[in-house]
Ligand binder design. Sequence first.
Ligand code: HEM
Length: 501
Amino acid sequence: MPPWLGRGVGLAGPPSRRLGAARGRERAGQRSLGSMDLTNIAIWVTTVVVIFITAVVTKIIVTGRRATFQPGLQAMVHDQYRALGSVFTLRFFRVNITLLVGPEVLDHFFQGLESEISHGNTLDFIVPMIGKEVGFGVDLATRNEQMRFHNDALKLSKLRSYMDPMLHEVEDYFATWGQQGVVDLKHEFEQLLMLISSRCLLGREIRENMFDEVHTLFRELNGGMSLASVLFPYAPTPTNRRRDRARAKLSKLFTEVMRSRKSSNRTEGDVLQNLIDSRYKDGRPTTEAEVTGLAIMLLFLGKHTTSVTSTWTGARLLTNGKWLTAAIEEQKEITRTHGDRIDYNALLQMDILRRCIKEALRMHPLLPLFPRKVHKSFTLRTKDGAEYENPGGHTLVSPALFNNYLPYIYKDPGVYDPDRFSLNRVEDKVGGKFSFTGFGGGRHSCVGEAFGYMQIKVIWSYLLRNFELNLESPFPGTDWSKLVASPKGKVLVAYRRVAAA
Ligand code: HEM
């Protein structure tokens, strides 16, 4: 038996049965990973893949190859889930990786104290991208305060002030489209989201005077997301050197902007300004290096995620006539009430569009799995009442992709059905508050959720009101080789302007 095929030790036992995943005993007749049919190449491939991906995010193995993630992984998790229940462990050499299936076993996973369960060192590769003054480069207390700065800058009461600049960017961008044509939606949204992010997060000066330079530098900084850089963030490779140079140049540009605002006593209504004005509990203001790091972090975590979700939303809408029509009708209704110029209040009323986005995210989660490292042993209880001990040192994985398709939570999970989130169905609450984890959950849930929805709504509201759209290429597959699962290849869409009603 290969060393990574340890015995599955998540055993559906009666309440109070304590099963240390590494120390668990196998009961007679129970299936374990060791009983998998190793002649089945698909299972081999998917097993290697799940371990490889988990290994990538937990830095267990080292390889120059790109990770792939086959749909067969779903089937493999499904088999183990049916055989062993919602908690089971894969053993890889001496490393135990416990999968937690279903929302009911995620309370501690998402809400436990950082000293008890955390991302571990899985996000260390971000430090050289954003700087050692913020995030995982600083101690926990400082990091928590910095998260508060992010929260404050993106809280609901601030979002209204980002509406006008966001709308301008969207209108200006689509004004460059012709009367009709074919575009790669994925590429278009990447460009547009960079413009919106620059304007709303980084501010007017960068958007108007340094956009091309910042865009190029940001692409180079993104090299830090390559597999080699994730595994060896400090190796003297050309990609890492380019990443470091890009960050230094971005720092210089942001510092110039901050100094110019201060010297001319000028303030702006953007996220950068919020970060400049933030204060630690002891009254200390943020430093230029901290503001730079926090701004880059938001750009890094907010731009691509939003652009990918916008693309999936489009792909789903344009292949589901019923929901496309419903979303267009909603726009017409809102235009009748609010007029042609959409404001923040109108945006809040786009409930069908919101559900269409959320359903696209359920079917296409950006993170197919969430990893966490256990620091302090804890016991979790499944919905059937079985108890499992999770020893310190273990890696836990919540397979979001699999959870999003659980039929006892989501009826007909393979069907695109935004209605499942309507008030009379609320399937995202069926299994408790972690039934829908498109934006994570608990302690590290996404601070940009509302801002992300806002951007996607502004974009799609504009498209639905002004264009007839058709998906020309086949429905996109998923590129699992990136840290954020994205649509594969081009997403070609034919557009035609419609005359104003
Ligand atoms: C549709 C768009 C988005 C999706 C699907 C998304 C998804 C997520 C997810 C799943 C997490 C949790 C990761 C984990 O638990 O390991 C997360 C965290 C985070 N997101 Fe987003 N995100 C989106 C947009 C944004 C935007 C627009 C911003 C900022 C402008 C942002 C900033 C962040 C930050 C700072 C965190 C880390 C929170 C923490 O660790 O405490 N995100 N996001």
